[in-house]
Design a protein around this ligand. Structure first.
Ligand code: LMR
Length: 331
């Protein structure tokens, strides 16, 4: 009798501990506002992941550099302090994976359609695989959009860039792009850009409209040039040890949530950027500058040097593969 009750108690305890097992927590850190393509997609992933795993996984999203800034979040991922990030493709060289800077080459993609040939094709996968030796898995690409250039003087002719201190992400290709037109690039964490613009530490910057608007950069920039001269987007990264250590059924549910969140991210990106641009315009805080086809061609011609000068850094094979997909032509 005693033995039987002991057995029942043990069973009940085992049952209770399974039923009450603490959820697996995924900390997802990012640097932008919630109402951006990345911010919304992270929230959508959280919703789907928690639903599909029936609460066995809890996703904690930390937006706006709340938890970590650009450089720190990469380190935190590698150390396992966070499990998921979606950094800009311009921020991978400090990890030792310079190939992603191909996405920063000016004018390399004319539109999302060309970009998707790379991000949704075998080359995109090949690039993500390069992260594995760093202890990181690349799950997906999430779109943001095409960049505008902002400053307190109108940037129209390439000569207008001369001596302008412009904030960039930590990419040598972006550094070369800015130097090719005579600007002085300055690497800075995203979280510090608004203040740096406000106080005049830098004169201007480049970003897709959604980032410009949600960080209120337009309130401290007199001019926005609608140049679409380059692309900014993300790769969703997870800590490899964490991901591979998940029970297979849960990993499968999370992968399916990621597929749907990726579709969502890429569906909202263009719309969000169009709306952000309209909101900046409506605010009347900064004046829009449209480039004539000749002016835009002059930017492209001057910035093309960036491509040749960075072939060695990125890898000529990668650059040429992208050219093949997009039909990039310097003229
Ligand atoms: C930037 O630093 O400008 C962007 O990478 C921020 C972001 O994550 O979109």
């Amino acid at each position: 009798m005693k033995l039987k009750s002991l057995f029942i108690t043990t069973l009940m305890l085992a049952f209770a501990s399974t039923a009450m097992a603490a959820p697996i927590v995924i900390k997802f850190s990012h640097v932008v506002a919630v109402n951006t393509p990345k911010g919304q997609a992270a929230e959508y992933f959280k919703k789907l992941a928690e639903e599909r795993t029936k609460g066995k996984v809890k996703v904690e999203v930390y937006p706006n550099s709340q938890l970590y800034k650009d450089k720190e979040e990469m380190e935190a991922l590698q150390m396992g302090a966070v499990q998921m990030l979606a950094p800009s493709l311009a921020k991978f060289a400090p990890l030792g994976v310079k190939e992603f800077e191909v996405f920063d080459l000016p004018f390399i993609f004319d539109d999302y359609k060309e970009l998707h040939k790379v991000t949704q094709g075998p080359l995109g996968r090949k690039l993500l695989n390069k992260l594995e030796p760093k202890g990181i898995l690349g799950l997906a690409y999430w779109d943001n959009g095409f960049k505008v250039m902002s400053a307190n003087k109108p940037l129209k002719a390439t000569a207008d860039f001369k001596g302008q201190k412009l904030r960039i992400q930590s990419s040598k290709v972006l550094d070369a792009q800015m130097r090719s037109v005579g600007a002085i690039p300055q690497v800075m964490a995203f979280s510090e850009v608004y203040q740096a613009l406000q106080t005049g530490v830098v004169d201007g910057t480049e970003n897709p409209p959604s980032n410009l608007y949600t960080q209120k950069m337009h309130e401290v920039q007199k001019y926005v040039t609608l140049s679409n001269h380059g692309y900014l987007g993300y790769a969703v990264l997870v800590n490899k040890k964490f991901w591979n250590g998940l029970p297979a059924d849960i990993r499968g549910q999370l992968e399916s949530a990621m597929v749907d969140a990726t579709k969502y991210a890429n569906d909202v990106a263009k719309k969000d950027n169009d709306e952000a641009l309209a909101a900046v315009k409506k605010s009347g805080k900064s004046q829009f500058i449209a480039l004539t086809p000749q002016e835009r061609a002059a930017w492209k011609k001057a910035m093309d040097k960036t491509h040749k000068d960075n072939m060695g850094r990125i890898g000529a094979d990668i650059v040429n593969e992208v050219y093949k997909e997009t039909g990039y032509n310097p003229n």
